[in-house]
Ligand binder design. Structure first.
Ligand code: MAN
Ligand code: CA
Length: 180
């Protein structure tokens, strides 16, 4: 094999293995992390620098976090289809809070931009039944009193700036809050 070609193949393998290591916690690190103290140090440094950056972004109200989820918005209000598109273009999807902690994290962004926000769920064919965008059934909810009451005419869901939810037509312009 040509020496240059061999070098390139090795470099590619290392990059792929390195990328696989980044999301892991230290105890889950694969053989490279265990064998090479320099790689371990590099990962510890990266982890420290990433958490520092996330702290700055959270302080500025640009992101909010809940568990492993990160929420962010471009601050723009658009219809549901455009909101979903902009989240997907950024490598995420529309925020779908699945517990109170996540709901609070989405609320932070709604309050930051002082706008009602679209959530990543829609009414199914069965009136009053809501599904996440992957088709699974919504479990955790935080409806405003007497909502949902759109009777199949309001197939999207907005979050008010107090964190409660309302079913709403999908054509109104609402904040696109994404989860990553
Ligand atoms: C009111 C309520 C809501 C409904 C909107 C639509 O706020 O009836 O349930 O979604 O109006 O404008
Ligand atoms: Ca409604």
């Amino acid at each position: 094999m040509h020496p240059a070609g061999k070098k390139n193949v090795l470099l590619l393998l290392n990059v792929n293995e390195f990328e696989l290591l980044i999301p892991s916690e230290f105890e889950n690190l694969g053989p490279i992390g265990l064998l090479d103290p320099k790689v371990r140090m590099g990962l510890a440094d990266l982890k420290h620098r990433l958490s520092r950056l996330e702290g700055v972004l959270a302080l500025k109200g640009i992101i909010s976090k809940a568990g492993d989820k990160v929420f962010a918005s471009n601050g723009k209000t658009v219809d549901f289809a455009a909101a979903l598109q902009s989240c997907e273009r950024a490598g995420g999807t529309l925020a779908a809070p699945k517990n109170e902690e996540e709901n609070k994290a989405v609320l932070e962004l709604a309050k930051q931009y002082n706008q009602y926000a679209y959530l990543g769920m829609r009414e199914s064919e069965t009136v009053g039944q809501f599904k996440y965008l992957d088709g699974t059934s919504v479990k955790y909810t935080n409806w405003y009193p007497n909502e949902p009451r759109g009777r199949g005419k309001e197939k999207c869901v907005e979050m008010y700036t107090d964190g409660t939810w309302n079913d709403r037509v999908c054509t109104v312009h609402r904040l696109a809050v994404c989860e990553f």
